[in-house]
Unconditional design. Structure first.
Length: 221
């Protein structure tokens, strides 16, 4: 299938899935926080998709690979999927039953954080054409140390953490932070295994780790 058609189909399916997770359990289309979330996430994503279709379609091909080779990554996928689902269903049911407790101004501020987090992820994609969805080293791949990679070793995950922690606040429910926080240990496991693979298979990565000390947050970890 042509990459442009495949990309648009996957994009559309993702938007429909998120919409279904939010609007079906909530029982209403009047869930303004959900509309704000979807718009903030998928409008920039559409522009990014158009950009990479024009500039680097091979990057999109790599992002569409979802089958992990490492057993640790398979475990992360298996445990992370239900947490991801619960994280969206909680605020959706919260809307239905009147449990939403995040003030509008905090939801809007969190929405700005969500956009900034996605901006960080986009910059990583722009900098590293091999930033795939799965942990693997491909032919021709090089160690990247420029851009945000000069600050932390996993800037894409740093942006993802911001997005994940902002999501329940955008959607209006503090309690929905719990499954996202439970997801963090899985991220640490993913990073630990990913670094083992990169040190073993990617030329120059060991030296890069000596140069850039921190994985996610400068001065902390």
């Amino acid at each position: 299938m042509e990459i442009s058609i495949k990309s648009l189909l996957i994009f559309g399916a993702a938007a429909l899935m998120v919409g279904a997770m939010l609007f079906v359990p909530s029982g209403t289309l009047g869930y303004w926080q959900a509309w704000m979330y979807i718009g903030t996430l998928f409008v920039p994503m559409l522009f990014a998709l158009i950009y990479f279709l024009a500039k680097d379609p091979q990057f999109l091909e790599r992002r569409f690979k979802t089958r992990e080779k490492e057993k640790e990554q398979k475990l992360v996928q298996k445990l992370g999927a239900p947490l991801f689902l619960i994280s969206f269903l909680l605020p959706a049911f919260g809307k239905r039953f009147g449990w939403l407790d995040v003030p509008a101004e905090i939801s809007i501020a969190a929405d700005v954080a969500l956009l900034l987090g996605y901006g960080m992820v986009f910059l990583v994609f722009h900098e590293n054409s091999y930033a795939g969805r799965t942990v693997r080293v491909e032919k021709g791949q090089k160690t990247i140390s420029s851009g945000s990679y000069a600050t932390v070793r996993h800037p894409m995950y740093a942006g993802t953490v911001i997005m994940f922690l902002a999501t329940p606040l955008v959607l209006g429910m503090y309690a929905a932070l719990i499954p996202f926080l439970l997801w963090l240990p899985l991220l640490f496991l993913r990073i630990k295994n990913e670094e083992e693979v990169l040190k073993r298979e990617l030329k120059g990565y060991k030296e890069y780790c000596k140069k850039v000390k921190y994985r996610l947050v400068p001065g902390i970890w």
